[in-house]
Ligand binder design. Sequence first.
Ligand SMILES: NC(=O)c1ccc[n+]([C@@H]2O[C@H](COP(=O)([O-])OP(=O)(O)OC[C@H]3O[C@@H](n4cnc5c(N)ncnc54)[C@H](OP(=O)(O)O)[C@@H]3O)[C@@H](O)[C@H]2O)c1
Length: 218
Amino acid sequence: MRVVIAGGHGKIALLLEGLLTGRGDQVVGLIRNPAHVADVQQAGAEAVVRDLETASAGDVALLLSGADAVVFAAGAGPGSGVPRKDFVDRGASVLMAGAAERAGVRRFVQISAMGAGRPPQPGADEVWAAYITAKAAAEADLRSRDLDWTILRPGRLTDAPATGRVRLAAPPVPRGTVPRADVAAVIAALLDQPGTCRHTLELVSGDSPVAAAVRSIS
Ligand SMILES: NC(=O)c1ccc[n+]([C@@H]2O[C@H](COP(=O)([O-])OP(=O)(O)OC[C@H]3O[C@@H](n4cnc5c(N)ncnc54)[C@H](OP(=O)(O)O)[C@@H]3O)[C@@H](O)[C@H]2O)c1
């Protein structure tokens, strides 16, 4: 399987690149900073430099040509302000999904976030509100497309080691944390499970082995 990961130098993305290339998949990581090329290659993937805030859909569609799946793992990240939440968390996902359609790449796994299922509470921090609004808009865009999408909403991410055990289900799942390494393992398993297409799933740490949790969805 050839998989293109948007936000290829992200913490989840680097873990996912290692898992996928370790099982024999070909992986391309789209990054915006040339200084990150070596890290992506170290994880076993090919690095392609494209800033998803400025790239055109036609250019990205060319990059997706021949791919079997896209994973959207980008995010404006901590410390970014309101505009970049919209440019990256919504805009870059819309760009990737449109490019996937143009390139005929049907499988699309989007990393969203728990909380995207509800509008922000009145009085919520404005950056948090912009983030959740952007994630919700990216989800809505993806659902409107003729793609084999899966939307994955992890709880609060940690850098703890993988546990291999998760709680993965349709919303609502009670809030919790989940190691990025377990999120990467779940995405690797989702890519192999066509039965998870057109599902929105929430993910926190739990008791089910990853493979069983993903199988239980279809
Ligand atoms: N933090 C949480 O608790 C939490 C919870 C649920 C979901 N999430 C979501 O999970 C996803 C992955 O999380 P993570 O911790 O792995 O993220 P991360 O380490 O912050 O990685 C995000 C990546 O996106 C890249 N990116 C940003 N703008 C870009 C652009 N214009 N073009 C190309 N790449 C760009 C960043 O590149 P640079 O290094 O160049 O900036 C970074 O490598 C994100 O969408 C996040 O919102 C987070």
